[in-house]
Design a protein around this ligand. Structure first.
Ligand code: PMP
Length: 349
């Protein structure tokens, strides 16, 4: 049946981003921090927010948090924009630099929002496939850049959902063009490898980060982008004026001031990742070496069935489908969660 004319025909096939919401006991499907948010920090956040903050609009640029971040990162506050999660900043990048008649290049498989927000903003989106081992094929990428002449290139590093990492030399090679290169470092705390130093040399680099993973604030929606001042100005033109609420701004400041609290968790997650990798391999599965807080695992043709079986036992992992129909992505949980996952997998397999 034809829809009224105010509906966009192009959006008829567009699916909303829908996380798999089913009851669970162990949640290993969204790459969140598995530990409860530290109570002492929670109390600090609540003492810092007052009744006076509620009726007033928040600082549109999250000035205090922006300043603290700039100190940490060794950049100017004017190099930073805070966002309602880094998802929002991906949309802002498209609003500012994409749109009809504009082109973006990404890699496949990668984070779905690069494609999704391209579609929403009607930006033409082209993909270069990762090699079979999920490494980046530099020659093919260079050819695609020459062919499509994108305005924007999106590279998640480490990549989601593969957990693989591209080295800094390769990133530098991707900067030798006239596109804006967005390096999404959502999982940087688990890889320890960042391209942020390249900002000193390259005007066309954007670093995207989030408080959702290692910093345990996924529920409060807080991300940021670091780039040269002119790029930042363009993003500020298109973003919602009060995009980061006052509560999230204060939580971000408290988290930044107490970073050492999270260092132990990060170390433990990385150690658990290595342990889990070996244990999955010893079950006869094929895990992909990961630099993030999750592992992509090849299960073969039964991947979907095993996914459902795990759900039936209260364990959520991510089924990706499509070209990765034989794989599941498993977030590294607490040692106890990982133990229970492995036990269940042993029973199922
Ligand atoms: N980038 C990548 C590569 C991600 O995996 C995610 C989360 N799934 C995001 C960005 C979005 O993070 P945020 O919660 O900050 O919107």
């Amino acid at each position: 049946m034809n829809k009224p004319r105010y509906f966009k025909e192009a959006f008829a096939q567009l699916k909303p981003y829908e996380p798999h919401l089913v009851p669970y006991e162990i949640k290993l499907d969204a790459n969140e921090n598995p530990y409860p948010f530290p109570k002492s920090l929670l109390e600090e956040i609540f003492t810092k927010i007052g009744a006076k903050d509620f009726p007033l609009y928040p600082d549109p640029l999250a000035g205090r948090l922006r300043f603290r971040l700039s100190e940490k990162l060794g950049v100017m506050p004017e190099n930073i924009v805070l966002g309602n999660g880094s998802d929002e900043l991906i949309l802002c990048l498209y609003l500012a630099f994409g749109g009809t008649g504009r082109k973006a290049l990404g890699f496949s498989p990668s984070f779905v929002m690069f494609w999704h927000h391209a579609f929403v903003t009607q930006t033409d989106y082209f993909e270069v496939s990762y090699r079979d081992d999920f490494g980046l094929d530099l020659e093919e990428t260079k050819e695609a850049i020459k062919k499509y002449q994108p305005h924007l290139v999106f590279l998640a590093n480490p990549n989601n959902p593969t957990g693989t990492l591209v080295d800094i030399e390769t990133i530098e090679k991707l900067l030798a063009y006239d596109h804006l290169l967005v390096v999404d470092e959502a999982y940087v705390e688990f890889s320890g490898v960042s391209a942020i130093e390249l900002l000193k040399e390259y005007q066309n680099l954007v670093i995207l980060r989030t408080f959702s993973k290692a910093r345990a604030l996924a529920g409060l929606r807080l991300g940021y982008l670091v780039a040269n001042v002119d790029v930042v100005k363009e993003i500020i033109k298109v973003k919602n004026p009060y995009n980061v609420n006052v509560f999230s701004q204060i939580a971000g400041e408290v988290v930044l001031a107490n970073e050492e609290v999270f260092q132990g968790e990060i170390k433990e997650i990385v150690a658990e990742r290595e342990k889990l990798y070996n244990q999955l391999a010893s079950l006869g599965l094929k895990p992909v070496k990961s630099h993030a807080n999750f592992i992509l695992v090849e299960f073969g043709e039964k991947a979907k069935e095993i996914h459902q079986e795990l759900i039936n036992h209260g364990i959520l992992v991510r089924y990706l489908g499509g070209a990765l129909a034989n794989y599941l992505r498993i977030t590294v949980g607490t040692p106890e969660e990982n133990r229970q996952l492995l036990k269940k997998l042993e029973e199922i397999l």
